[in-house]
Design a protein around this ligand. Structure first.
Ligand code: FAD
Ligand code: ZN
Length: 471
């Protein structure tokens, strides 16, 4: 009998043969990831269960045969956590067929959804019910709730609502041996011992398979105002943030920083985009405010921007007057990661530092990077309101892409060292996966690392869940 034939037969008996993919052409899309750093993944098959019971049976089977399982949602993760290793010893467990809405409770303000529902579907489901599900990422069209929770995703609305883990009341998880840890609780308060759901969120598929979640819903805003603000420096951006917080508090839905080069990159590669201002500025902030009242938010925003301009804090500002204009301003921010690929190689960092240290972190990193690679083009952008900067570095114009990317580890060491100096994190929101696994021992407190290993051993003693990732 060919290798794995028995396993494949049993998997087919669980899900039906149509949902066990073995043809290389059918599997290809599950084996590499959007950053294309990991494209030599191999798997025994891709199994696509349709229910919690099927996930449970698959895990029991994999535990008894000691087969590794790589959970996968929308395959948009940026650290290679969701793709199999090159050894071909694992199955990919794709959750995307499990995308049902199980329950909507508009009094408790919760929505119980299966893990394979895309973030966009979750947002739209909430919106149709007159509610808001605030998690917001550029990958929302294809990433899934399961992947969002497994990576504790961040995105642009963290400043107001926190990261993915802050948006969850309850979780259903299939453990490594197939048992179901069912805690689809709607409770806002429950102090009956350890809060186990938080173990699985951010665990990147190494502790259990998330099959469903009870998500928190919020009132849908009645007014949204989007502004694009030009300013001289990250310091000015932080002054503006402090002022905006005093003025608007939790009404600030997004506060995203962009350097001039980011806008230039988008303008260069997007015919439909225009510079929002008549002249270039060194830095920009995309500011979004929301309100539960449908009146007056625009006037408050105008007055706020006017006084910031009078005080010399900002150089210029434009406020979207239609949904289309707001979308265009957002496109300047959201299309950047994709369009930056057209500029050649880009070495990435996902740093967070205390908010107050952002300007110093950016300045020091830029000095260090330019000293190491003259002509390199730093593009530090992102969620400045959370102290989370994607300190990406595009290759020098005309340089050899492969030679530039060969310096990935060297630049990481430089930039991560500067983040460490400010007591920052080397992975603010994307996780560890395969990409940063070798760095964990350097940045994590040894006792924290031992505790993580003890938890892993307790929940997955045979190490079948996403081996080679995180730990
Ligand atoms: P996958 O990529 O399929 O998986 C990610 C990890 O979760 C893997 O380790 C996988 O094994 C595990 N996993 C997946 N599903 C499950 C499950 N059901 N149970 C257990 N483990 C599971 N991230 C941010 O935080 N903020 C951003 O702003 C952001 N923007 C992005 C923009 C773009 C264009 C792209 C491509 C990615 C972006 N990301 C961002 C990365 C982010 O991690 C993902 O988009 C998303 O959270 C992952 O969801 P997914 O369903 O695609 O998960
Ligand atoms: Zn981000």
């Amino acid at each position: 009998m060919p290798p794995h034939e028995q396993l494949l037969a049993e998997l087919r008996a669980i899900t039906g043969s149509a949902h066990v993919l073995t043809d290389p052409r059918d599997m290809a899309g599950y084996l590499s990831e959007p950053r294309d750093l990991y494209h030599d993944g191999q798997a025994i098959c891709v199994a696509r269960p349709g229910s919690r019971e099927e996930v449970s049976a698959i895990l029991a089977l994999c535990q008894s045969t000691r087969t590794a399982v790589v959970p996968q949602g929308g395959n948009t993760g940026l650290v290679g956590g969701q793709t199999p290793l090159a050894d071909g010893a694992s199955i990919v467990l794709s959750l995307t067929r499990m995308n049902a809405l199980r329950e909507l409770d508009l009094v408790s303000n919760t929505m119980t959804v299966e893990a394979g529902m895309t973030l966009l579907q979750a947002q739209e489901t909430a919106s149709r019910a007159g509610r808001l599900f605030p998690l917001s990422l550029a990958s929302e069209g294809s990433c899934t709730i399961g992947g969002n929770l497994a990576t504790n995703a961040g995105g642009t609305a963290v400043i107001a609502f926190g990261t993915a883990r802050d948006l969850v009341n309850g979780l259903e998880v299939v453990l490594a041996d197939g048992r179901v840890l069912s805690n689809l609780s709607k409770l806002r308060k429950d102090n009956t011992g350890y809060d186990l759901k938080h173990l699985f969120m951010g665990s990147e598929g190494t502790l259990g398979i998330i099959t469903a979640a009870v998500l928190k819903l919020f009132p849908k805003p009645q007014a949204v105002e989007t502004a694009f603000v030009a300013l001289a420096s990250p310091d000015a951006a932080l002054d503006l943030l402090t002022r905006a917080k005093a003025h608007f508090g939790n009404a600030i839905r997004a506060f995203e920083l962009l350097p001039r080069i980011a806008v230039e990159i988008v303008l260069r590669h997007r015919d439909s985009q225009r510079d929002p201002f008549g002249e270039p500025h060194a830095w920009y902030v995309l500011l979004e405010l929301t309100s539960q009242s449908d009146q007056g938010l625009d006037e408050l925003l105008f007055a706020f921007l006017e006084s910031a301009a009078e005080d010399g804090l900002i150089e210029d500002a434009t406020v979207a007057t239609s949904l289309d204009q707001a979308k265009k301003l957002w496109d300047l921010r959201e299309s950047l990661p994709d369009l930056a690929k057209l500029e050649g190689g880009s070495i990435k960092h996902d740093i967070s530092v205390p908010v107050a240290s952002v300007p110093a972190f950016i300045a020091e990193s830029t000095r260090a990077v330019l000293e190491a690679i003259p002509g390199a083009r730093p593009v530090p952008f992102g969620h400045v309101g959370d102290g989370n900067i994607h300190y990406n570095v595009s290759q020098p114009i005309g340089a050899d892409k492969a030679a530039f990317l060969a310096r990935w580890d060297e630049l990481n060491t430089l930039v991560h060292g500067i983040a460490a100096k400010y007591e920052g994190s080397i992975s603010a929101e994307h996780g560890i996966g395969q990409l940063k696994r070798h760095l964990l021992a350097e940045v994590k407190d040894p006792v924290a690392l031992e505790t993580m290993r003890a938890i892993k051993t307790a929940l997955d003693p045979l190490g079948i869940l996403n081996p080679g990732k995180v730990l």
